[in-house]
Design a protein around this ligand. Sequence first.
Ligand code: NAD
Ligand code: UFG
Length: 332
Amino acid sequence: MAVLITGGTGYIGSHTVVEMLNNDYEVIIVDNLSNSKIDVLDKIYKITGKKVKFYQYDLCDETLVDKLFNENKIDAVIHFAGLKAVGESTMKPIEYYYNNILSTLNLIKVMKKNDVKKIIFSSSATVYGKQDKFPIEEGFKLNEPTNPYGKTKLYIENILKDLYKSDSSWDITLLRYFNPIGAHESGLIGEVPNGIPNNLMPYINQVATGKREKLFVFGNDYDTVDGTGVRDYIHVCDLAYGHLCALKHLKGLNIYNLGTGNGYSVLEIVKAYERVNNVKIKYEIAPRREGDIDTCYASPKKAEDEIGFKCTRDLDEMCRSSYNFEKKNNKL
Ligand code: NAD
Ligand code: UFG
């Protein structure tokens, strides 16, 4: 079975490519390298011993998407490609709507033309917005996200739902990721943030390796165990495995949370990271970050019951592999 992986040189995409290759799928990657590097392909080869066909195409160019499908026999698509920085999206909303929505429209239009009707889409827990009941289940009412990035996820979910309504011969799975962290055990692939990291784990990594002086903890007056924000952190390799489970069960329209079901506070993450890696993470309590919610964690039950998805890596492993990758790759 040949799977087209869009955004396959990116953080989650590259780990999923490894998972697919290890399970004997044929993989074709398309990525415009706007947020990843070509050397990821060599690293994938080092890990799996398998070569992948790669196209440096922008999915916003429909003629290139056409060419891609004309040149390859594709059975299914896993669609990771997109811009993902929440803060940046508030400053560049048009770029976010243009890139994320147009690339998806081009993709599904060309898929339809070629009678390829199987797609897995990278959605996000952000589509739930602020909830007051936990754990979050897939059936909960969605609240419009507060930033353009999150809105692109919600709008694309709606586009794909409408597509299915119009033609139920499509097989569409929407995967709502919670907070992916960690890296492949080899330390060869992982998350490489651009500029000052927005997300917690990349920031902690840079404090650990001396690139940044201290972590700013955004708020300690939330209604949580220690006042700091609680999230459902999931190891990126478990997340990658979730795509394998979804692909094996791709039938009809389905939505799954990919999370562990455990919520950890910012300070719990800092403590675990310090303990596991034997490093000190200096931090300072700072004001709340605009748009942040206090708590967010998944019910992973539906994914477990219906597609057999289960996480096997704990928080210690997430912290260990994050630091391992950081030390090897993101040098001072
Ligand atoms: P990433 O930036 O590492 O990977 C995305 C890849 O898409 C990059 O390699 C980039 O170059 C490519 N890309 C972007 N626009 C493109 C276009 N028009 N044509 C071709 N390639 C394009 O991000 P990631 O963390 O691996 O996230 C993958 C997907 O998962 C994204 O859709 C993201 O929104 C979603 N997601 C990520 C998180 C997270 O915390 N990392 C959480 C929820 C959802
Ligand atoms: N945090 C800090 N200091 C930092 C960075 C983060 O205290 O320097 C805190 C945040 O306030 C929050 C927690 O750490 O309480 C996690 O923050 P992240 O930025 O790592 O993650 P978010 O939950 O805010 O958002 C992430 C992605 C979104 C995605 C969402 C759900 O950035 O794109 O997870 O999947 F939608």
